[in-house]
Ligand binder design. Structure first.
Ligand SMILES: Cc1cc2nc3c(=O)[nH]c(=O)nc-3n(C[C@H](O)[C@H](O)[C@H](O)COP(=O)(O)O)c2cc1C
Length: 386
């Protein structure tokens, strides 16, 4: 009897997953995940800048056993990477959030629950057995944000991520062209898009169009409007959040040394260097370019996370060598789920973990915690001494 070829059996690289996701998802939703701001060049630059960091192979080091576990905020994780917050994940597959939560348990890593997630923060905490971190934006209605903080504290969340790089949303041409808005508007164009992607449509329409569940479960009755301005967020907002939140606070979306220093002074516990995967300021520099500068400004001990452009286990090693303590992955998770749901996700995570472990061994190390800029081939970067 011939064995059924499921899509995940065809995934041998991230690009395979991306192509499969592109085929299965309606164009409007693939472009929402894949797209970036303006000319989209920054998204590409994030990855090409990482590629340009070349590592130095080291030989005869006995690298038979390799440790990938890493502590962050004194929490022991099995891997040096976690899942970045992504809103509306369930557009890629019904229950995508749940798949991420389950994988966070299996791999003992953090999963970041977006404010706009399709599953409530309480349910995600439960499903991830406490491995969830909560991500919030600040909207004009701060009372709603404070309500979410109270809910998070009551649920047992220990880590909050405050995303600050979307005071105004940068235009994404493909979203405009596809008529992608939240709340959704389904006209003839979108209907045609769904009809020509029946695998997605049947499963998603049966399961129900995903809703932003942190809003749906709020007592305040706020509605998620993606284009809503967060423009009035400022340093005083950060001070208020800092005094309201007793747990660990990470500020995400920082690309400037000056901002990083001020955020540290205002009492944040960590900073996530990120340009939102190239989805905000189109003309910004690559996130990896900003990382060592921010590390230098904050000193060796300050907890630093990194995202934007990570596409392989090798990229995670590069980011750690450039001064990150912990790394977050974004789009690759959505490509994997969009390609083949939970099976696709498992496959890509196994590929990334394999690459991570192999890269570690081939640079002559047996412990992920030993990575420093010493493993970089280019002298200029090696001399950063991180
Ligand atoms: C589909 C999608 C939705 C996202 N939603 C959020 C969000 O709700 N909150 C947030 O802080 N960042 C969000 N991000 C940004 C990611 O957290 C992360 O910064 C970015 O994806 C990293 O870049 P990469 O995708 O190139 O790895 C989103 C990214 C994508 C692709």
């Amino acid at each position: 009897m011939s064995e059924k070829i499921t899509p995940s059996k065809k995934i041998h690289s991230l690009e395979d997953a991306r192509k499969l996701a592109k085929k299965r998802l309606p164009k409007m939703f693939f472009d929402f995940v894949d797209g970036a701001s303006g000319d989209e060049k920054l998204c590409e630059l994030n990855s090409t800048a990482l590629d340009q960091i070349r590592l130095e192979p080291k030989v005869l080091r006995n690298v038979e056993k390799r440790n990938l576990s890493k502590e962050f905020f004194k929490i022991k994780y099995d891997l040096p990477f976690g899942f970045a917050p992504m809103g509306m994940c369930n557009l890629t597959w019904p229950g995508a959030d749940t798949m991420l939560a389950k994988e966070s348990v299996i791999n003992n890593i953090p999963t970041c629950v977006s404010m706009a997630s399709s599953t409530s923060l309480e349910k995600m905490f439960d499903l991830s057995e406490g491995n969830s971190w909560l991500q919030l934006y600040i909207f004009q209605d701060e009372d709603f944000v404070m309500e979410l903080l109270e809910r998070a504290e009551k649920t047992g969340y220990q880590v909050l991520i405050l995303t600050v790089d979307v005071p105004i949303q940068f235009r994404r041409a493909k979203d405009d062209k596809n008529g992608f808005t939240v709340p959704f508007k389904i006209g003839p164009k979108q209907f045609y898009d769904f009809a020509t992607h029946p695998n997605w449509s049947i499963s998603t329409l049966l399961y129900g169009i995903p809703k932003p569940m942190n809003y749906e479960t709020s007592k305040k009755g706020n509605k998620f409007v993606r284009s809503e301005s967060r423009g009035s967020t400022d340093w005083d907002t950060l001070k208020r959040i800092r005094s309201a939140w007793k747990g660990k606070l990470i500020v995400k979306g920082v690309m400037s040394q000056e901002d990083a220093i001020k955020i540290k002074e205002l009492g944040a516990d960590g900073i996530q260097v990120s340009n939102h995967g190239g989805r905000q300021l189109e003309s910004a520099t690559s996130a990896i370019n900003a990382l060592p500068l921010i590390r230098k400004a904050l000193g060796k001990e300050f907890p630093l996370l990194f995202d934007s452009g990570i596409r392989s286990g090798g990229d995670i090693v590069r980011a750690l060598a450039f001064g990150a303590d912990y790394v977050m992955i974004g789009r690759p998770l959505m490509y994997a789920i969009g390609a083949d749901g939970a099976k696709g996700l498992r496959k890509i995570l196994n590929i990334i973990k394999g690459e991570l472990s192999t890269t570690l061994g081939l640079v002559g190390l047996t412990d992920i915690n030993e990575i420093t800029s010493d493993i970089i081939a280019q002298k200029f970067f090696k001399d950063m001494k991180y």
